[in-house]
Design a protein around this ligand. Sequence first.
Ligand code: ADE
Ligand code: ZN
Length: 339
Amino acid sequence: MNQSTQLVNLASRLPKTELHLHIEGSLEPDMVMQMARRNRVELPFSSTEQLKALYDFKDLQSFLDLYYLATNVLQTEQDFFDLTWAYLERCRDQNIVHTEIFFDPQSHTSRGIPFKVVVDGIHGALSRAQTELNISSRLILCFLRHLSPDDALVTWEQAEPSLEYIDGVGLDSAERDFPPSLFTGVFELARKAGLRTVAHAGEEGPADYIRQAVELLQVSRIDHGVRITEDPSLLAQVARDQIPLTVCPLSNTRLCVYDSMNDHPILELLDKGLLVTVNSDDPAYFGGYVNQNYAAVIEALAPTQEQVVTLVRNGFTASFLDEATKARWTRKLDDFSAQ
Ligand code: ADE
Ligand code: ZN
């Protein structure tokens, strides 16, 4: 077996985390068609094949247009449960033992689906996965940055009765021209309520949005953050403070942030001392779940075994697990990789 195949096998066997996953982005094409039939939702395509033919994106916005269209099939608490459960079964199959998932409530409440229907469906699956699959989780509410800060505040009010199920808030959707600074108010409310904060920044937007997310939104992690390469002094600060980056390699190539995986800076970021993790973002759309992301990185960039294990270990370090649980998993990882 060559070195690359060995590392792909190792990465797939290791216990892992996922820290950047939009649950709506795990809506597989078969499930889109099945839920459209079940809920009598009209779509501008009539088969899984026709839908898959649209998975050819030129940038973030071209993807988001299809992503929001497909979310229209999600209507009932059962739909949100089924979507989340299907993702958690993938986690089990890929040895993901802890996942922190995003959901986009505004893409549902704007269609008249109550916030509670969304959160109860997702939470139901997460809590069942803890008992039946031994998978722990956190739930992160993302505000859509292409909508107004006032809309985010209304969403925060809708979330308040369900805060026992929500661990953090994030910021996603179209990045260019929607800087983090717009959302300082709602992020402050979330922090005052004891929630963690994260934000997408430096995916398509400039490195300055990473700085704003750190300084104004006081985030615990940056989602994507790959454009930090453009600002060496910010990079040094984020490395010094060990603010994690949740990097999504297949997403970045599918959305043309990089022309090819050979151009992806993930190992360069790691070598510069950043706390980098590997995640799938929207696995149903970008060609795979976490293991496929490791495989793509290993095949294109030929990391060492130590680099692969560091990426996996960083996932636990960067998670919102308590310190004792993190230590338990990282000890297990050391045992595994010594075998
Ligand atoms: N929503 C779902 N996937 C996203 C991404 N990659 N960037 C921003 N918003 C998103
Ligand atoms: Zn994302």
